[in-house]
Design a protein around this ligand. Structure first.
Ligand SMILES: Cc1cc2nc3c(=O)[nH]c(=O)nc-3n(C[C@H](O)[C@H](O)[C@H](O)COP(=O)(O)OP(=O)(O)OC[C@H]3O[C@@H](n4cnc5c(N)ncnc54)[C@H](O)[C@@H]3O)c2cc1C
Length: 475
């Protein structure tokens, strides 16, 4: 970014999701710390901030239409929450009932304790009714199977079926990953989604041995960082939107413009022209593009068609979230876990369900049960055309036999998230390296968002903050 001598440098952040908000906040934080005169302007195409983060409040119940929590072991989101004064609003998820189940033939079977994409404890696996004897034996072969003789990327499906066998893949890995990525693991890149597991195989030759060693060393070590003080997943007392609102409140007055959809970026002699759909042209010294890659592609295509093509090569999947509220007296089974995942082989469009009233204790009245179902993956495209009543029925009919529910829900809220999750295809890391190389040609241009190096909220916060840091460092 070229810094003007007699006026503030203007940086335009495009996109008001968590990536764009984190970028804008970091620009202000660093500018103030280093006495840099920066004017930050965030342009959001829709009428609200947050992107896929959206909290709805109905009958005093907090319903998350997108993400409901985030992980603390990747610390960037937690650190940001603490820096913006959200410490007393942090809501820790229930650590006493951490069990997750797998839905299997109208029953919920617990995922064996200590599963971290491979067993870290042997006994719970041996005892688990989830796998056949042959499936368990096949999994244990990982300890003796030779490591792969290639550093090339491969699909998640190929990696896990090779190391742990088809049954472990079908019953555990596929449903767990489709809950996170809504993706076909036959296409997902192992090096982009679970790079530590690919590295474990390279280093230790066996993922079971490596994850067990890691779990042991983690138990013994204390790094003293903030993440240690919190449970693995956290949310905020009033829902995820609190994060969005606090970040927005930290931006200067007039620094956010809603309904400002950007259609094009162009270079000019001073830096950049940001052209909006309503034909405004805004000059900027630096630009952070924090919109999904499919939209970013259209913005850059005018000055770099190759970069435009690379960005549009990143495909997205859609998902639907269905929040359901029931009377507790209508449940005949105990809710002794935080939710369940559904293998593709079960043939229902529901891919996962969170027992929200258990996961977030104290947020739902005791006489009520709050469940949150997700439809993701291949089933979503068909389900998207269905109306809310049909989707609520499908969710309810899937849940009833599994949880012994005897009455209809009090109400349901259906939320559609079209093209919201990027699919990290095999070769994604190399693809991102090509994108980075092209972006580096342009002074004052940075990309941020969930398309590049992680889809979770902590990854998006990191992506936004690092884009801001790079932009100011390249000044
Ligand atoms: C259903 C669902 C559940 C999830 N659950 C979790 C979870 O529990 N935990 C977790 O860590 N992660 C979760 N994720 C992932 C995580 O929430 C997302 O990856 C992250 O919020 C994406 O943020 P973003 O800012 O990169 O993109 P987005 O949220 O997509 O924001 C992009 C913004 O850019 C705007 N925009 C687009 N085009 C333009 C334009 N031309 N001009 C101006 N503005 C534009 C959009 O309107 C939008 O506001 C979930 C995702 C989904 C879809």
């Amino acid at each position: 970014m070229r810094t003007p001598k007699h006026r503030a440098a203007r940086v335009v952040v495009i996109g008001g999701g968590i990536s764009g908000l984190s970028a804008a906040h970091r620009l202000i934080e660093l500018s103030s710390k280093n006495a840099i005169n920066t004017e930050v302007l965030l342009l959001e195409g829709s009428g609200r901030l947050g992107g896929v983060i959206s909290t709805k409040v109905k009958d005093e119940l907090i319903l998350e239409e997108g993400p409901d929590s985030f992980i603390t072991t990747k610390p960037r989101a937690l650190d940001l929450c603490l820096r913006v004064g959200l410490e007393s609003n942090i809501l820790e998820t229930n650590d006493e009932t951490r069990r997750i189940f797998v839905a299997r033939r109208d029953k919920l079977v617990p995922i064996p304790e200590g599963f971290s994409f491979a067993p870290t404890r042997i006994r719970p696996f041996v005892m688990s009714p989830l796998f056949s004897l042959l499936g368990k034996l096949r999994m244990s072969l990982d300890i003796v199977l030779p490591r792969r003789n290639s550093k090339e990327d491969e699909s998640v499906e190929s990696f896990f079926t090779r190391r742990l066998g088809r049954e472990a893949f079908n019953l555990l890995v596929q449903p767990l990953l489709s809950g996170i990525y809504g993706a076909d693991p036959g296409k997902l890149s192992i090096r982009a989604t679970l790079p530590h597991l690919a590295e474990m195989e390279e280093k230790h030759g066996s993922i079971i041995r490596a994850v067990r060693e890691f779990a042991r060393s983690k138990n013994g070590a204390s790094n003293g960082s903030a993440t240690r003080r919190y449970n693995q997943f956290i949310s905020l007392q009033n829902g995820m939107n609190e994060f969005v609102e606090v970040l927005a409140s930290r931006l200067p007055e007039g620094g956010i413009r809603l309904y400002k959809s950007v259609r094009k970026l162009a270079r000019n002699e001073k830096g950049w022209s940001v052209l909006t759909k309503d034909n405004e042209s805004i000059n900027a010294d630096g630009v952070i593009v924090a919109v999904p890659a499919i939209h970013a592609s259209a913005l850059v295509r005018g000055f770099d068609p190759q970069l435009g093509d690379y960005l549009s090569d990143i495909k997205y999947s859609s998902s639907i979230v269905i929040n359901l509220i029931y009377n507790r007296k209508d449940f005949s089974y105990p809710l002794d876990g935080v939710g369940f995942v559904v293998p593709k082989t079960e043939n229902t469009p529901i891919t996962a369900c969170t027992f929200s009233s258990v996961k977030f204790p104290g947020r739902t009245p005791p006489e009520t049960v709050h469940l949150r179902c997700v439809i993701g993956g291949a089933a979503t495209s068909e389900a998207h055309d269905r109306d809310d009543a049909w989707l609520t029925d499908i969710a309810h009919n899937t849940l009833s036999p599994l949880l012994g529910i005897t009455s209809e829900p009090l109400f349901g809220v259906v939320s559609r998230n079209p093209e919201s999750l990027p699919q990290y295809a095999v070769g994604h890391p190399e693809h991102i390296a090509r994108i980075d190389t092209r972006v580096q040609h342009y002074s004052g241009l940075e990309l941020a968002g969930n398309a590049y190096s992680g889809v979770g909220i902590p990854d998006c916060v990191r992506s936004g903050e690092e884009a801001a840091e790079r932009l100011l460092n390249r000044t």
